[in-house]
Design a protein around this ligand. Structure first.
Ligand SMILES: Nc1ncnc2c1ncn2[C@@H]1O[C@H](COP(=O)(O)OP(=O)(O)O)[C@@H](O)[C@H]1O
Ligand SMILES: [Mg+2]
Length: 292
């Protein structure tokens, strides 16, 4: 579906006003209307991106509403490596496919260890904007030259025993990664970089030319798929029969987000077919629909 039609659908289905969309996306109402009608003369890509992100968040939110936090193995792995980096002041890297549950796990960690700082990076980050964000997160102004920002960040973090977590760190250009290494070197704070597998390649650089950074990494964890017992835990948490764990694991390919969608859609499809309960056949049928 065209993204404009998608937004119109969403607004209609959820009864969202233009004001709501404007607030949620940070765009002006007039910009959105012009964009919707194809009359916007500014940077259309920027608007399309913002709207796309908004739709994505909405889809996730509606699919998520039934799944409570579950203590799956990914949570254990991430909190273990975070704890090591935090207490020992080391650099760690944790990578895995999108949708595994990395962000949920780091958020759980920061909710327990309040002296950790989580930066959720995006592809717009430069070395300076990362530094500004860290500066702001330390209660400072976020303003100044790179030199001043660095100086103040270092002073504030020096020997503080805090942990700096950067999520989606594969988005950072090398110079921004290098900034985190310098902060670590000068202050002794732990750093945990989280991202997709490409992050490891970014850290090493082509032909390993960035050895200076990669050689500092003390802990690395590569996350794979959900385990059978994780799926059992998730099913238990929402009151579904754990007999289905094997089938759910197979058709979700061990991916948490995919499993979540598979569960919610299979429940709807079972209901639609007039069955009280989900069975293996419904899961299989649902997974075909989700693939399409
Ligand atoms: N521990 C968990 N308990 C419950 N749901 C989870 C858990 N981890 C992940 N999920 C679900 O899977 C989705 C993807 O997780 P997320 O942390 O965003 O993945 P990643 O950061 O690895 O791409 C989340 O939106 C959430 O609904
Ligand atoms: Mg994430």
């Amino acid at each position: 579906m065209d993204i404009r039609a998608e937004l119109k659908d969403l607004m209609q289905n959820k009864n969202y006003s233009m004001t709501y969309v404007a607030t949620a996306t940070g765009l002006a109402k007039s910009t959105i209307s012009m964009w919707l009608n194809g009359n916007y003369n500014g940077k259309n890509d920027k608007i399309t991106d913002a709207i796309h992100n908004f739709i994505q968040r909405e889809v996730e939110r509606s699919a998520n509403k039934d799944l409570p936090f579950v203590d799956i193995t990914i949570v254990k792995y991430i909190s273990e490596i975070a704890r090591l980096c935090h207490t020992q002041g080391k650099i760690g890297v944790c990578v895995g496919k999108a949708g595994l549950g990395k962000t949920v796990a780091v958020k759980k960690y920061i909710s327990e260890f309040l002296d950790s700082i989580l930066i959720e990076s995006d592809s717009g980050y430069t070395a300076k904007s990362l530094l500004k964000e860290i500066h702001r997160r330390l209660g400072l102004s976020g303003k100044g030259s790179v030199y001043d920002l660095m100086d103040e960040v270092v002073r504030k973090l020096n020997q503080s025993g805090r942990l700096l977590i950067i999520d989606e760190a594969e988005n950072l250009p090398y110079r921004a990664l290098e900034i985190t290494r310098r902060i670590h070197d000068k202050t002794g704070v732990g750093v945990l970089l989280i991202g997709r597998s490409i992050l490891l390649e970014n850290l090493k650089g082509f032909n390993n030319q960035y050895d200076q950074l990669y050689s500092r990494v003390k802990y690395t964890k590569i996350l794979d798929k959900l385990l059978f017992e994780d799926v059992e835990k998730i099913l238990n948490a929402i009151g579904l029969n754990s007999k289905l764990a094997d089938t759910y694991l197979r058709y979700s390919d061990g991916n948490t987000r995919r499993l979540e969608h598979l569960i919610s859609h299979s429940i709807s499809i079972a209901k639609f077919n007039g069955n009280a309960e989900v069975d293996d056949a419904v899961i299989k049928e649902t997974s075909k629909l989700l693939m399409a």
